[in-house]
Design a protein around this ligand. Structure first.
Ligand code: ADP
Length: 486
């Protein structure tokens, strides 16, 4: 797949009721390659009428062929989708790299993850069961797990394939119908995914994809009376709007809103194991990862060594065009680049710069590049220690003991992921219990990896859990049945 192939893709249509249709307004939005600043294609600008049609198609699918399938049959379709994603993994990876600016080696991992989500939920579809409940004499009581119905899924631009995979595969496995709204900066892989779903035999209307702007398609979907569940991954500000819209229709909502996740490195940590992970867990996807380990808290005894070794790694990091798989690609858009650079400039004015990476000499000047930047001795109340930057920026802070480590780690509004590096088993268990976080990684940092592992946050990182079996519970509701038989 080359840029020329991509521009020939007719990506201006949206996918509604199993068909590719022109958006009602007839307008299109440009698709930019963040590595070069070039416009490489167009996507359709959907609107209210398109969301209406998609929700209607999804509701009809639940009443029709899709709703009549058994869980096993749903699983088989998902398995075919997984095989087709695997067969087209390289195309999907290239599309993502051109659309999002993600280094190709990282996009390849995303297409593998998408296939894996489909495989996992394909196998899980017919293993989701209710329970029987011991109750009064003369009664049989049990629960049924039912799909919510029409699910609105709104995804961001940073990991489109992974995030659509974890949400759409789980929603479909549980028997829901989906209206997917990809981010305007990264819609191409969702469109290819829709064509794969059709090829795999997913009945019309079970999955609909409406591209367009957040304030138009996203807002229409979030507020739609025909939607029974909302799932959103993105910024806190937009997440709040989604939850408000959900409240007005009294529908459940799953929110995954990012974080300010810490690595906590104790004096007894295996630094050889930790060092590459400390940096990599923030640099992947140029720091545009909700679970990025953007704070590194280090116990005083090894602080100086960790600072020195991290700085050395930073000086070796190269930023460049995504197709060439450098350590880091560009930031997704001009707007995001400005925001990240603003944080870096603030840090350079007010903090101690410990190290930065380098820009590849062939990086086009129109690309949205920023240098990976490490700041040390950062006060915990500084903006760079508290706010989500969503770029390749890490802050280093020292702590004296376990109590202070916990205070710092738990001291932001977020709580998505935490990494703890120590050989002390009792401390590992204490920290895992006391950290305010949806996931804790001891002597590793999974950064949201692992399809099987429930994922989600506390505080402003959101609520609800995706991935693993927990996602299936989230995409279903329980109905209690009692039979009085005397
Ligand atoms: P960012 O500002 O980084 O693009 P957002 O959280 O705004 O992050 O975007 C994540 C997703 O939410 C995208 O698909 C975007 O189109 C969508 N979105 C943005 N604004 C709204 C909104 N008001 N209502 C619903 N969806 C929205």
């Amino acid at each position: 797949m080359t840029i020329d192939d991509l521009t020939r893709l007719d990506s201006t249509r949206i996918f509604v009721n199993g068909a590719w249709v022109a958006p009602s307004g007839g307008e299109a939005l440009p698709v930019e390659d963040p590595s070069t600043g070039r416009i490489i294609g167009r996507i359709g600008r959907g609107g209210l009428a398109d969301v209406d049609a998609a929700v209607e198609a999804a509701a009809a699918a639940l009443e029709g062929e899709w709703g009549r399938l058994t869980a096993t049959e749903r699983g088989r379709i998902l398995m075919r989708m997984s095989a087709l994603v695997t067969a087209r993994a390289e195309d999907l990876a290239m599309i993502e790299t051109l659309d999002v600016g993600k280094p190709l080696n990282q996009s390849r991992r995303d297409s593998v993850a998408l296939a894996r989500y489909l495989e996992f939920y394909a196998g899980a579809a017919d293993k989701l069961t209710g329970t029987t409940i011991p109750y009064q004499e003369g009664f049989t009581a049990y629960t049924l797990r039912e799909p919510h119905g029409v699910c609105g899924i709104i995804i961001p631009w940073n990991y489109p394939m992974q995030i659509l995979g974890r949400a759409v595969a789980a929603a479909l496995a549980a028997g829901n119908a989906v209206v997917l709204k990809p981010a305007e900066d990264a819609s191409l892989s969702s469109l290819v995914f829709a064509s794969i779903a059709a090829e795999a035999g997913l009945p019309a209307g079970a999955l609909n994809v409406v591209t367009g702007l957040g304030a138009e398609v996203g807002a229409a979907l979030a507020g739609h009376r025909g939607v029974q569940h909302l799932s959103f991954t993105g910024s806190v500000a937009t997440g709040m709007r989604i939850q408000e819209a959900a409240a007005r229709n009294v529908v459940p909502v799953t929110l995954e809103l990012g974080g300010k996740s810490p690595h906590i490195v104790f004096d007894d940590a295996d630094l050889d194991l930790a060092m590459p992970v400390l940096v990599g867990a923030c640099m992947q996807n140029a720091g545009q990862t909700c679970s990025a380990a953007s704070r590194v808290l280090v116990q005083r005894g090894v602080y100086e060594e960790v600072r020195r070794r991290m700085a050395e790694i930073y000086r070796g990091l190269v930023v460049g065009p995504a197709c060439d798989s450098h350590d880091l690609g560009p930031i997704v858009s001009r707007r995001q680049r400005q925001s990240v650079q603003g944080f870096i400039d603030l840090g350079r004015r007010e903090l101690t710069l410990a190290a930065e990476g380098t820009l590849h000499p062939e990086a086009p000047p129109e690309g949205h590049y920023v240098l990976p930047t490490l700041f040390s001795e950062v006060p915990p109340d500084h903006a760079l220690a508290r706010e989500e930057i969503f770029g390749p920026v890490q802050v280093l802070m020292a702590f004296e003991d376990e109590a202070e480590a916990l205070r710092l780690a738990n001291g932001t509004d977020y709580g998505l992921v935490a990494g703890v590096w120590t050989r002390d088993g009792a401390r590992q268990l204490r920290m895992a219990r006391k950290l305010h976080s949806g996931q804790v990684f001891i002597n590793n940092y999974g950064a949201g990896g692992g399809v099987e592992l429930p994922f989600g946050g506390v505080g402003r990182s959101g609520h609800g859990r995706e991935k693993g079996f927990e996602a299936l519970y989230g995409f279903t509701r329980v109905k209690t049945v009692t039979v009085h038989h005397g």
